[in-house]
Design a protein around this ligand. Structure first.
Ligand code: DOR
Ligand code: ZN
Length: 431
């Protein structure tokens, strides 16, 4: 397959218009008026903003076992269309990705589909049951080369297991990604604990259930000298814990989802389960704090927590519905709407939170690289002036549980390039 490409008329990080010549998947030259050598295909950028390909540290691809909601092929297509060139697939599958066999399966499917680099996340505990540690070493040594471990969907609540996991992961050069939720405080919870939940008669998920686990884990990471990554921060209070830990030299990083940047629990009034997610949508004060922390760098990255659910799991009464929302194809637009348009992030900042920092945290040396000669040609091309209306049915995911149905959002990914190969273009994933 050809990995030669001439990309014309693009603006790296939103700057001056240039052309980019790619040979063998590597940027050979960046300049103006470049000509395509014989047989090299051209991609007209049309003035698009050129960014390093996006890296998502948190997606659910549902394979194996949940293929009625998504699989590696449909999830990879959604990722490529969203501008992503690498994703980390969470292990809450069936069977759980807690052995070398399962992580290698997910990894191999990613390679076969070839639209995006799929990095399986290994479970911390056997079966995500929180009782016995999984064999992190064999997953790290497998062909999937697992470098992130998480029980996402559930929290590693046992402090001794969390401590050991941090120690083992550290020895393996890996990071533990914690879904911070004290299950003793959230048992039966259905919504953010606050005025809206009270009015609706839904049991509350207190923000302290997140804050306290993050505080504990920062102390454990400090003692182990290990790297901790905090998944989907949802509460303003948690930000203060992370800020203090970072100031004290703890090796902690954090992510926020697009939906926790934009949506609040006021959306719950119609009891539409499309808004049910874990951690829950919180208040406008929280979304404001998330945006500020992301601009400041206290929160390092945006990760989607892309959580497809087939209609039978979502189109049901609130209590029975599964938590989670689609995110891959809307992430860039929500970021433009919440951060770029209000002036909180420029395009360099977008590259930092969607490409560079996630690649560093996930340990991917050839992603999130500078746009320069000699670097991998792995890009997202973004039309900042586009506007589009979200239709769940039109998204590439097998499921259509988007909370943005019918919303008009700014900014669109017009093409995605992975090591010189076009993986998405004009709204179509390229098989
Ligand atoms: O809303 C969520 N959905 N939160 C999680 O932690 C898990 C995820 C899922 O797997 O659907
Ligand atoms: Zn989670």
């Amino acid at each position: 397959m050809s990995c030669d490409l001439l990309i014309t008329g693009v603006r790296p990080y939103g700057g001056e218009v240039v052309d980019v010549l790619v040979r063998d998947g590597i940027v050979e030259s960046v300049g103006s008026g470049l000509e395509a050598p014989d047989g090299v295909p051209a991609l007209d950028g049309g003035g698009a903003v050129l960014l390093p390909g996006f890296v998502d540290l948190h997606v659910h691809l549902r394979e194996p076992g949940g293929e009625e909601s998504e699989d590696v092929a449909t999830g990879s297509a959604a990722a490529a269309l969203g501008g992503f060139t690498a994703v980390f697939a969470m292990p809450n599958t069936d069977p759980v990705a807690d052995t070398a066999v399962v992580v290698e399966h997910v990894w191999r499917r990613g390679v076969e589909v070839g639209l995006v680099d799929v990095h399986p996340v290994g479970a911390v505990t056997v079966g995500l049951e929180g009782a016995r540690m999984a064999e992190l070493g064999t997953m790290a040594a497998s062909r999937a080369q697992v470098r992130m471990f998480s029980d996402d969907g559930r929290c590693v609540n046992d402090p001794l297991i969390m401590r050991r996991a941090l120690e083992y992961a550290s020895a393996l050069g890996a990071v533990v990604a914690q879904h911070a939720e004290d299950h003793r405080l959230t048992g039966g919870a259905q919504a953010h604990e606050g005025v809206v939940a009270s009015r609706l008669g839904l049991q509350g998920w207190p923000a302290t259930a997140e804050e306290t686990v993050v505080a504990r884990d920062c102390a454990l990471a400090r003692d182990a000298g290990a790297r901790l990554h905090v998944c989907h921060v949802s509460s303003a209070r948690t930000i203060e814990v992370i800020r203090a830990a970072k100031a004290a030299g703890v090796r902690v990083s954090a992510e926020v989802t697009p939906h926790h940047l934009l949506l609040t629990d006021s959306r719950l009034r119609g009891y539409d389960p499309v808004n049910k997610v874990n951690p829950p949508l919180r208040t406008a004060e929280d979304t404001r704090a998330m945006r500020e922390a992301l601009a400041e760098g206290v929160i390092d990255v945006v990760a989607t927590d892309h959580a497809p659910h087939a209609v039978q799991y979502k189109d049901t009464e609130w209590q029975a519905a599964r938590p989670g929302m689609l995110g891959l194809q809307t992430a860039l637009s929500v970021l433009v709407h919440t951060m770029v348009e209000p002036g909180l992030l420029d395009w360099r900042g977008v590259a930092r939170v969607l490409s560079e920092r996630p690649a560093e945290i996930g340990g991917l040396p050839d992603q999130g690289r500078p746009i320069a000669e000699g670097e991998p040609a792995t890009f997202a091309l973004v039309d900042p002036d586009a506007q589009w209306t979200v239709r769940g049915e039109a998204l590439a995911s097998r499921a259509s549980n988007t909370p943005y149905e019918g919303m008009r959002l700014p900014g669109a990914v017009v093409a995605t390039v992975l090591r010189g190969r076009i993986t998405a273009r004009d709204g179509k994933a390229q098989e």
